[in-house]
Write a protein that binds this ligand. Structure first.
Ligand code: ZN
Length: 155
């Protein structure tokens, strides 16, 4: 197969990121309560956390699925970015982002910058449970809002 100019292939091979697994899939929903029947009762997924994130104006609930999670995001205000996302989809639930766990988030962001990719967060910020997170712009990630997470290393 002909790739033509292989500059991008070359750049990717130069410094491979260590991407460990899918951390979670974030799903925007109008009301978390309305989703419990499916995720908790039908799929029997253990609920592993509920949290309010005032900076993002969302309430989140995590369900565990094997080594990954499902994250339900419910807006807490009309100005919430999640509310705007829902509004763009006639108010219906929809996948919002995919989160990958990486071994070293700083190295991952540095590598993405080196490749000229557009980032939402140039530096990691603090997420739930000491996890450090950063969002990659959908335009740099095949149209999908992409989150990177680095979990605290076990002491
Ligand atoms: Zn997330």
């Amino acid at each position: 197969m002909q790739y033509g100019k292989s500059e991008r292939l070359y750049r990717i091979a130069e410094e491979p990121m260590k991407t460990l697994k899918i951390s979670h899939i974030g799903i925007a929903v109008p009301r978390i309560e309305e989703q419990l029947a499916f995720y908790r009762d039908t799929l029997s997924l253990p609920l592993v956390g509920v949290e309010e994130v005032p900076s993002q104006q969302v309430r989140v609930t995590f369900f565990s699925v094997g080594e990954s999670n499902i994250e339900l995001l419910e807006p807490t205000t009309l100005e919430s970015p999640i509310q705007k996302f829902l509004d763009a989809n006639q108010g219906k639930a929809r996948i919002h982002h995919i989160a990958y766990e990486v071994e070293d988030i700083e190295a991952a962001l540095a590598e993405m910058k080196r490749q000229g990719l557009r980032l939402v967060d140039e530096t990691p910020r603090e997420g739930a449970g000491g996890v450090r997170i950063a969002f990659v712009h959908p335009r740099a990630a095949g149209g999908i809002l992409t989150e990177l997470c680095e979990h605290p290393k076990a002491p």
